[in-house]
Design a protein around this ligand. Sequence first.
Ligand SMILES: Nc1nc2c(c(=O)[nH]1)N[C@H]1C(S)=C(S)[C@@H](COP(=O)(O)OP(=O)(O)OC[C@H]3O[C@@H](n4cnc5c(=O)[nH]c(N)nc54)[C@H](O)[C@@H]3O)O[C@H]1N2
Ligand SMILES: Nc1nc2c(c(=O)[nH]1)N[C@H]1C(S)=C(S)[C@@H](COP(=O)(O)OP(=O)(O)OC[C@H]3O[C@@H](n4cnc5c(=O)[nH]c(N)nc54)[C@H](O)[C@@H]3O)O[C@H]1N2
Ligand code: SF4
Ligand SMILES: [Mo]
Length: 712
Amino acid sequence: MGPLKVVHAACPLDCPDACSVHISVNGEGRATKIQGNPDHPVTRGFLCAKVTKYLDLVYSPDRLLYPMRRRSGVAKGPVPLGTHAQVFERIPWDEALDGIAARLHDISKTYGPESILPYSYAGNMAVLGYGSMDRRFFSRLGASRLDRTICSAAGGEALMAVYGAKLGADPEHFRHARTILAWGANILGTNVHLWPFVQEARQKGARLIAIDPYKTRTAQAADWHLQIRPGTDSALALGMMHVLIAENLYDSDYVARFTHGFEPLRARTEEYPPARVAELTGLSIDDIVRLAREYATATPSVIRMNYGVQRGQNGGAAARAIAMLPCLTGAWKYLGGGLQLSTSGAFQLNKQALERPDLALSSPIGRPGRIVNMSRLGHALTELDRPSVQAMVVYNSNPAAIAPNQNAVLRGLRRADLFTVVHEQFFTDTTDYADIVLPATTFLEHKDFEGAYGHYHLQLSQPAIAPLGEARSNVTLFRQLAQRMGFTEPCFLDTEDDMIDQALSEPTSPWLQGITRAQLESQHSIRVKFPQEKDGGAFQPFVSEEWFHTPSGKAEFYSETLAAQGLDPLPGYVAADESRHSPLAKKFPLELLARKGDNYMNSTFAGLPGHRAMEASHSGVLEMHPADALARGIADGDPVEVFNERGKIPLRAKVNASVPAGVAASRLGWNKLTDDGQGVNTLTSETLTDLGGGPTFYSTLVEVRRAQRERE
Ligand SMILES: Nc1nc2c(c(=O)[nH]1)N[C@H]1C(S)=C(S)[C@@H](COP(=O)(O)OP(=O)(O)OC[C@H]3O[C@@H](n4cnc5c(=O)[nH]c(N)nc54)[C@H](O)[C@@H]3O)O[C@H]1N2
Ligand SMILES: Nc1nc2c(c(=O)[nH]1)N[C@H]1C(S)=C(S)[C@@H](COP(=O)(O)OP(=O)(O)OC[C@H]3O[C@@H](n4cnc5c(=O)[nH]c(N)nc54)[C@H](O)[C@@H]3O)O[C@H]1N2
Ligand code: SF4
Ligand SMILES: [Mo]
């Protein structure tokens, strides 16, 4: 018997590919198959390995399906897998909502509403699930506003400083490139739908060059891997510019017409001759010169920069410097050339209507709440004052695992006086610290729509199955909480369809104008309407003045805006507080890459046995260079302790050449599945990036020793 129906949905995970998904549903209303839409121009009929197994997540016996309350007298802290029944007791939704509303009300009255902190990120990146009714709710409440910096803040600011827009080369045009730089971009691991376009270009003779301190699967598959030292990309990009200018390999016509500040940039590049860049980056002078020449001459050349480069303290400058390269060579002029970090600027909806920040005026404080940076959660929960954080409502996120400086975060979460609500699909590391846990739907169970940050198609996601158990969507949760709080504004009664209509009405991005919900309902996926494509032309950004939304109306090598903020108006290399060039390296000499898993999505999927098996060879291990292992008497497979001033974690050494000497790597997962209940973020810090206040996961120094006891 064939499927009764096939439902069109869109994967809402935090991934540039935003896949178009077909879900087969049988006569009993059960999803039986999940597949990539073969007709979608970017999805092209396949899904990544982790979402191919998404039905394991939907129907997992471990799904959180009912509201629960912490049993009285049970302290907050790690709950081993499968033992949550000893910690939580089931309660009806009504009781949960009433209890939360009463408690938030009291806390707001006693400490002021800013003592309430929403904490959410991108467990669900679809438009409504990511930020809609929840934003309305917290605005009206007068709660602290969360600055959502944890992923892309530095890179986003960098693009805005150079271009004034978060737009980039179309993935579908990579097939026309002759040189492709994967710069801090693990395409096969975190952006797999770009790969077929890369391969198509390579079949026509293109070369793929990976610039990454780690030998990723992408680096292994590349024609050339430059194993750069972490945090030194700004120096490499400036060194390339040095060569391009010295050898007159730049496009003076493009520079004159579309850029601002060439002369000061040129002067800055003089500080970065290849010899100095070689010293900083660990690459050879020859390689630096060759890279610059190849990039400038084997055109069209395109850079796939990903967010890896901006997870170091100097990451804003690095992303800026890299983003300037195609403006120096004029790469944008050629179809298949340019750069992609994000395409999200094409999907700017009517945010005011969707999120209603104006509701803050009706809150008890009559203004928007203070801003709290999510990348400093440990600080927020343990040190923030006037008011201190008294309640936290977590959804779309697992901060106990993914936020930096984990010991501080857990110390905060453990506070008995902190009222914590967690809306989740699973019993995660964060629910371990919740007073109330609430069950969340998966994207198969609710309606939504979404843009993308790695392509240019807007999609509708239809619900395929009924919510499992008593799971409710984010929109439903905050709509119902608003009622319980007595918020009478009509917008709190809006349906999903109302909100989709509102978001699509008068969108900020001109290219979304005229796209309606009805069109999305019938076509599922609609390419944004670039005027150049109207008459059969191709989308090519940054080839005329209209694309640049900077103060100068051009690509800015030199930024007066940054200068006015007291920041360096030009990109430059500055050693991170935690790098081999900093004094702390005497004590903690290894640069740690606290990486993502290829088979997880941040910490999502880590709780599922099938996904864990796929990731097993990289779980609980510290990858080390043979020289560093030898120097410490560590052999492959040895138990080790990895530590710095923030904490220590036990891992197993994996001695290989994935990392250069002086660098080590480990991966993100669920804390509760590690030997001592602590994840890799125990080692990372709350230091922020040079731009945007982002986290610095990749600027972390550690030392390693063999764990003697366990070995004997
Ligand atoms: N399978 C899988 N896919 C994912 C995710 C996941 O967890 N798993 N996460 C999703 C998320 S949240 C995001 S933001 C996206 C984008 O995620 P990416 O930006 O791809 O993320 P990373 O893997 O952190 O970084 C990419 C590469 O940068 C390298 N890198 C680290 N430091 C440096 C440096 O100083 N210089 C250079 N040149 N490279 C450096 C890392 O070794 C890594 O291979 O991927 C999404 N897709
Ligand atoms: N060491 C280290 N730390 C990192 C990173 C790294 O590379 N290294 N990457 C950083 C980056 S780039 C990012 S983006 C962050 C990601 O951090 P998070 O956004 O917190 O990502 P996840 O760990 O995937 O957790 C998302 C949670 O949301 C839940 N969820 C999914 N859908 C829904 C829904 O519809 N409603 C509700 N209520 N819940 C839902 C999932 O079950 C999951 O537990 O992590 C950061 N942390
Ligand atoms: S996680 Fe990314 S690659 Fe995988 S299905 Fe979702 S959008 Fe596609
Ligand atoms: Mo991210």
